[in-house]
Unconditional design. Structure first.
Length: 313
């Protein structure tokens, strides 16, 4: 079982328009509402691939109830801990003509100390049964800034590898507990490492504590930096669509590669293919299986030269 943690869960609303016109009234074509947040999206992909997964995190209010119901309807096992605050909503506005997406993110609830303690109690029981744990997304107000470091440390007690997908202080704090893998995007990597170069930044975050770093360059593919070496994977073409959830699909693939021990070039190929296939799907957490299959045969992976050991600034 792969456990996913979404501390700032959301109800994701997706609006599809022929063309988004700023400063004007816009008539929406299709509307979709589903449970979201990075960890939940990872679980959706894992479930679609046929792997056992459990969702945990925090949820409250009427929106939290809607999140619970949608997860159940989707066939996802969830152990979200109830809180008094209202779960947030996110809105993705998809411009069909431009193939572009605008995303609006609510801040989320305030979590009390007692609610955080209750979550840790639930987490300890769940992570003991997991093959790996994915810690993903932003932290709501009230959750300690070192929350992910604490969750990685508790997972290590049970010899469970942790995959961390976060940014800012949450990411930097998590590095201190040597996560098995982190997956920043280019901007998150630059902010955490002080380097705009993907390879150098990834090497710096490895030196800062991560056992492996996979950095996403969006449509240009990914860089991996691990004990075994470094590689760059590139897709054969750029795909237009909704990028929301593309990184989460990559995390799902990388987590499977971690627990299965597949070679890094294979892991990267699957991560890039699944990420691109997610862009081609209309909703976060979904992917186009046909595109995934075609891309796996066309992605190029090349080794990168070793860099001198660096430290994150």
């Amino acid at each position: 079982m792969i456990l996913t943690v979404t501390l700032n869960a959301a109800l994701d609303l997706t609006y599809h328009l022929d063309r988004l016109r700023p400063h004007a009234s816009n008539r929406v074509g299709a509307v979709a509402a589903r449970a979201g947040g990075k960890g939940i999206n990872v679980s959706r992909v894992l479930h679609a691939l046929g792997h056992e997964t459990v969702v945990t995190g925090l949820a409250g209010g009427l929106t939290g109830t809607a999140v619970h119901r949608e997860l159940t309807a989707a066939g996802l096992t969830n152990n979200l801990v109830p809180i008094g605050g209202e779960t947030r909503r996110t809105v993705a506005v998809v411009d069909e003509q431009l193939g572009d997406t605008t995303i609006l993110l609510e801040p989320g609830p305030v979590v009390t100390a007692d609610e955080w303690t209750q979550f840790l109690y639930q987490y300890d029981k769940l992570v003991a049964q997991a093959a790996a744990v994915v810690l993903a997304g932003s932290l709501p107000v009230g959750v300690p800034a070192n929350a992910y470091a604490e969750l990685i440390r508790r997972a290590r007690v049970h010899h469970v590898p942790a995959v961390l997908d976060a940014d800012g202080q949450a990411l930097r704090a998590g590095l201190s507990e040597a996560p098995a893998l982190i997956k920043p995007n280019a901007s998150e990597l630059a902010a955490a490492s002080g380097s705009s170069d993907l390879h150098a930044g990834a090497a710096a975050l490895r030196a800062a504590g991560a056992q492996a770093v996979v950095a996403s360059a969006g449509p240009d593919g990914m860089i991996a930096c691990a004990l075994q070496g470094s590689w760059r994977a590139r897709p054969p073409q750029h795909l237009a669509g909704n990028p929301t959830g593309a990184g989460d699909a990559a995390v799902a693939a990388l987590t499977l590669g971690l627990i299965q021990g597949t070679p890094w070039p294979v892991r990267l190929t699957e991560a890039v293919a699944l990420s691109a296939a997610a862009v081609a799907a209309p909703l976060a957490g979904d992917f186009d299986a046909t595109i995934r299959r075609k891309l796996r045969e066309a992605i190029t992976v090349e080794p990168l030269p070793a860099l001198k050991r660096q430290t994150a600034s």
